[in-house]
Design a protein around this ligand. Structure first.
Ligand code: FAD
Length: 453
């Protein structure tokens, strides 16, 4: 008798057998379920430790204010919508604008302003910028990390002066000289694009309206929160043979007889399937399987601060990035610009990357208050309504992490587990669109061509 049979004998009512198990009910897990349905997998089980679907799309409400962990903006042409067209009935159409607080204490264009960051600086600074770019391009230094990459394109002087170096450190959780070059080449191409001479000149010229380009619509979650958005998705998947085990605390994941996986929960229930897909963090997955890791992958802890405000706001944009030299907060999103104020108060969330000194909501709040007061960002009654601490928010790409992740994903593959998604691939996925495309690629799925009418 094999181990699985013994297990089933003992806990016969508590074992479920399906064709595929998906770990994680975030965008990646939901899209994976949708793809498997389309590929004719009959019984699919999606498991998550959260008691709801949607993954790290997390909201929090109080007294008519609804916040979420970060800026979450979607588009109507996203491939996610092809899987789940019901989302379009719930998104709110918005007109976001993006700004940035630069080190010279000015709120200006994101990610860089030719006018404010370069031209307004005067001839001496312009000369230094040009000299620094020329020096970077001509000296032929081998690029080793993200700082070398950015410095090559905009020069070390502008990298520092524009606050981009500080923003990168805030964003990636380590100084840019510790960030993998591979990540910079993959994810920071906008620096190269924005700094090419032709693009800079194009920016200075008046824009011609494009005749055939139809811009996509920018959308936000419903004011009521994510449940309204993702419950219909869960229902639609349920109608196609997908079941959900939410709020499940997994204690073990085993492979039995070389061809079956068994997931065990803390209350002793088990689910078994021949196919195992994972979108949960690689570290967690290796722990559950008892697989050794050379060194654990590092991730960022994100502290979100939820504020309401009455008074004078020092910027017009709905999303503001912190490119200044001080403070750990990296971005704030003003929800009342999308949903309207509540009881006359504006409200917004601030994303703060936790570091050695900013380790709690209280510390993050104190530093944010001090910084915005100094920079004239909020002048009035700023009230903290709540906050959230999110572990494993996104990967930290210190040198060698990408190679370590690849090796661990390969080890999991040898074991029989397909691991992908933001955490499963240890891949910074900036948008739900990218997450969707990467799941489709991992599962070798292409949307059918539309039929001619
Ligand atoms: C702060 C922030 C802002 C963002 N802003 C935008 C934006 O404006 N627009 C946009 O399109 N995208 C945005 N994104 C990106 C987008 O959210 C991601 O691309 C997408 O959510 C990734 O989905 P995922 O399923 O791979 O991961 P996740 O959503 O993180 O889902 C992983 C799931 O795995 C579960 N899990 C983890 N460990 C276990 C375990 N041991 N057992 C069971 N379950 C487990 C978690 O509970 C979670 O539900 C943002 C992301 C963040 C963090």
């Amino acid at each position: 008798m094999n181990d699985l049979w013994e297990l089933q004998e003992e806990t016969v009512v508590d074992t479920e057998t399906v064709d595929a198990i998906i770990l994680g009910a975030g965008v990646s897990g939901l899209v994976a379920a949708s793809v498997l349905v389309k590929q004719n997998t009959a019984r699919i089980m999606v498991i998550d430790s959260y008691d709801r679907v949607g993954g790290n799309h997390i909201d929090w409400s109080r007294d008519g204010f609804t916040f979420d962990v970060g800026s979450l903006i979607f588009q109507d042409d996203s491939p996610l919508v092809k899987h789940f067209p019901q989302l379009l009935d719930h998104y709110v159409h918005i007109h976001p604008s993006w700004g940035r607080l630069n080190p010279q204490r000015k709120v200006t264009t994101y990610p860089i302003s030719v006018k404010d960051d370069i031209l307004a600086a005067g001839p001496v600074v312009i000369g230094r910028i040009l000299f620094s770019v020329l020096f970077a391009r001509l000296r032929g230094k081998t690029m080793r990390n993200a700082k070398d990459f950015a410095a090559y394109w905009i020069g070390e002087y502008l990298l520092r002066r524009s606050g981009l170096e500080n923003y990168m450190a805030r964003f990636y959780g380590v100084a840019p000289d510790y960030i993998d070059l591979e990540l910079a080449q993959k994810r920071m191409l906008w620096i190269k694009e924005n700094s090419s001479l032709t693009n800079l000149l194009r920016k200075l010229l008046p824009k011609k309206p494009s005749v055939d380009h139809v811009p996509n619509k920018q959308l936000a979650r419903p004011k009521a929160g994510y449940a309204t958005l993702y419950e219909p998705v869960k229902r639609a998947l349920g109608q196609n043979g997908v079941s959900f085990k939410l709020g499940m605390d997994i204690t073990k994941l085993e492979k039995i007889d070389g061809d079956r996986f068994v997931v065990t929960s803390s209350c002793g229930k088990t689910v078994t399937a021949p196919r195992m897909i994972s979108t949960i963090p690689i570290n967690n997955l290796c722990d559950l399987c008892g697989l050794e890791q050379k060194r654990p992958l590092q991730t960022i802890t994100l502290i979100s601060l939820y504020f309401s405000f009455a008074g004078k706001r020092g910027f017009d944009q709905s999303i503001l990035y912190n490119f200044s030299y001080e403070a750990a907060w990296k971005r704030l999103t003003v929800y009342s610009d999308f949903y309207g104020p509540t009881d006359g108060r504006e409200y917004f969330a601030v994303e703060v990357v936790a570091n050695d000194t900013i380790t709690s909501i209280a510390l993050a709040e104190a530093e944010f208050r001090q910084h915005v007061a100094k920079n004239g960002i909020f002048d009035g009654d700023l009230r903290l309504e709540g906050g959230h601490v999110l572990d494993n928010a996104y990967p930290i790409y210190v040198h060698g992490a990408a190679a370590d992740a690849r090796q661990q994903i390969e080890t999991l593959k040898q074991y029989g587990i397909e691991s992908f998604g933001r955490h499963g691939a240890f891949n910074y996925q900036p948008t739900a669109r990218v997450s969707t495309l990467e799941v489709e690629e991992a599962l070798d799925y292409r949307h059918p061509e539309p039929q001619p009418a």
